[in-house]
Design a protein. Structure first.
Length: 95
């Protein structure tokens, strides 16, 4: 995490969210909805599993919201890869 992360009034940092989905309109709509909420910050948008895995390290998300049909590999493979990388955050899978 970086020193320039926003701090909320109560001393907590924003929850960092990475969105991964095949449809640009869906990614944009999710981003718009999430950024309307105080305490949430979209730190990246990925188009497939390889893109998501490249972004996890640099963006340090607290939550990954992803499409069940994300291109690249079965969702179970992605979840295993995240675990193997030492990623310990929430994953929300949309179908």
């Amino acid at each position: 995490m970086t020193a320039d992360e926003p701090i909320l009034r109560h001393g907590y940092r924003d929850r960092r969210i990475l969105i991964a989905g095949r449809q640009p309109a869906t990614r944009s709509a999710l981003e718009m909805l999430l950024q309307e909420e105080d305490g949430l910050k979209v730190v990246g948008k990925a188009v497939d599993i390889n893109d998501l895995l490249r972004q996890v390290g640099p963006t340090c998300p607290d939550v990954v919201v992803l499409d069940w049909d994300l291109p690249g590999a079965p969702i179970q493979t992605l979840l295993a890869s995240l675990r193997d990388l030492g990623y310990h955050a929430y994953v929300v899978v949309l179908s």
